[in-house]
Design a protein around this ligand. Structure first.
Ligand code: CA2
Length: 162
């Protein structure tokens, strides 16, 4: 079975490509999902790509990822700045979690400068628009993909440096 990456998108991201393109760009979530599916194939990974406007649904999907996924990429959208529930769910996940934002929240309003999840994630990608999803996927693939960590090297089991 191929390792699966869960990509989660928070509230209003279903509107991508239809409003505020000056901030979020012209790509739709379906465009982004299509590119990640191709990338997943290249890296020998499975992909679950989801969006919800509901905090509890995102929490349920994070819980699901605990047993079915090797890594999580999450754009919690507005919940980034408010949700202890999403933070608590991510804290139960023993796998790389990458926080992702299309815009750079630090160049925007003050209330966007605080992220509840940043302190506990492996890394953060922000400010690169839709391309950030591919950057995040490349990062997580390197961490969990077949070429990472425990790899068979010349018949020996063990960690390799590459
Ligand atoms: O830059 C990001 O990715 C954000 O997570 C987007 C959130 C915002 O609350 C965060 O501060 C930064 C907002 C998502 C709203 O998405 C829309 C997309 C298109 C049109 C309208 C909203």
């Amino acid at each position: 079975m191929k390792p699966k990456i869960m990509v989660l998108n928070g509230p209003n991201l279903n509107m991508l490509g239809t409003r505020q393109p000056e901030i979020y760009g012209y790509d739709t979530l379906a465009d982004i999902e299509g590119r990640l599916r191709k990338l997943a194939k290249v890296h020998g990974l499975d992909l679950a790509f989801r969006q919800s406007n509901h905090e509890g649904e995102l929490v349920t999907w994070i819980q699901e990822a605990r047993t079915s996924c090797a890594g999580i990429i999450i754009n919690p959208a507005a919940y980034t700045h408010t949700s202890v529930a999403i933070l608590d769910a991510l804290l139960t996940c023993d796998m790389p979690v990458i926080e992702l934002h299309l815009s750079n929240p630090h160049t925007r309003e003050e209330f966007r400068h605080r992220s509840f999840v940043s302190p506990i994630v492996k890394g953060i990608i922000c400010g690169f628009g839709a391309h950030g999803y591919e950057l995040a996927f490349e990062a997580v693939a390197r961490l969990v993909g077949p070429k990472s960590g425990m790899r068979q090297v010349a018949g020996k089991k063990g960690r390799s440096a590459a």
